[in-house]
Design a protein around this ligand. Structure first.
Ligand SMILES: [Zn+2]
Length: 311
């Protein structure tokens, strides 16, 4: 199969940036079983790599993982108990509540005063913990996830879960589409955004979170890998994360698929806390300040959550 093209600019001109060994990946991911990973990847070690697009600098895995290997990864290599523990974390719950608060605030920006038949999709809903947070009168929510263990748990908690992406289209059009920690996993990014566009109503709110890695951080990790050490973070892991985004590439992706960027989680939080309500101009200035401030911390790992409107 042809190598993957750059998920941001579609160029096929890229250079190898990082090569991992199964040992290096397992050192960073204690929940991985080294023997299973070694066996699954035997003779295809080039899958454990990242390349950098020579046109737009996006970092991504050039290999297409087939369904068989992905199944091994998601059902055998990853241990579910560790991941399930996170749903009891107070910090995680606060973060989910913060996402919901930001969405409610944006609904008010749009002139809504009441929750009245608001429809929401959580794509990649996992154990259903965000569905839990938005649950309430006036909100109809539906989740989707490929991980059957997580889906079963969410269903047992009485959440509505779509079995196929087509069911989400049937459920739509929706006012809000949430996709937290998903796009880094997606091999065909265009296909997923086509789905978002078929489900979300024009003017609808799109929320997406992903890790934000800058050049300095990636360079340091690449050097460590060459010296036989693990990368600086477990999230640099081409088995699960085939796309490595940063602030600019996330915004470029939003624009490419027809979304108007509003603000990040932090900007919405700060402007709300200081009573700077309902003023998009203030938010715009804070966006610029944040963008420049983040450059100072480009050697660190952090996450980004963006809020956008569909054109
Ligand atoms: Zn590119």
């Amino acid at each position: 199969m042809d190598p993957r093209k750059c998920p941001v600019c579609s160029s096929s001109d890229s250079t190898l940036l990082m090569q991992f060994t199964p040992e290096q990946l397992c050192l960073n991911n204690p929940s991985y079983d080294l023997d299973i990973l070694r066996e699954a990847i035997k003779g295809q070690e080039q899958y454990l790599s990242y390349s950098k697009c020579n046109r737009c600098s996006m970092v991504f895995c050039e290999k297409y993982w087939d369904d068989e290997n992905l199944n091994i990864v998601y059902s055998d290599i990853i241990m579910h108990e560790k991941s399930k523990e996170k749903i009891f974390s107070i910090d995680k719950r606060r973060m989910l509540l913060n996402t919901w608060t930001n969405i409610l605030r944006l609904l008010k920006f749009q002139g809504k005063i009441k929750l009245d038949s608001i429809k929401l999709v959580d794509f990649g809903c996992g154990w259903g913990d965000f569905l839990e947070v938005v649950n309430g009168s006036g909100v109809e929510a539906m989740g989707f996830d490929q991980d059957q263990q997580k889906v079963n748990y969410a269903k047992a908690r009485r959440h509505r879960i779509a079995h196929t992406p087509e069911k989400l289209i049937e459920f739509g059009p929706v006012d809000i589409f949430v996709m937290n920690s998903v796009i880094e996993h997606i091999q065909d990014v265009g296909e997923i955004f086509n789905l978002v566009n078929s489900v979300l109503t024009p003017g609808g709110i799109f929320v997406c979170s992903v890790m934000d890695y800058r050049e300095r951080f990636l360079r340091k990790s690449a050097k460590r890998l060459k010296r036989g050490l693990p990368a600086l973070t477990k999230n640099l892991n081409p088995v699960e994360h085939v796309n490595i985004y940063n602030y600019d590439s996330v915004l470029a992706t939003l624009e490419k698929y027809g979304f108007h960027f509003l603000a990040t989680r932090h900007v919405l939080y700060v402007t709300d806390t200081y009573g700077l309500k309902n003023n998009m101009k203030v938010i715009h200035w804070f966006n610029l300040i944040e963008k420049w401030l983040l450059k100072l911390f480009s050697g660190r790992e952090f996450g980004i959550q963006v809020y956008a409107l569909k054109h």
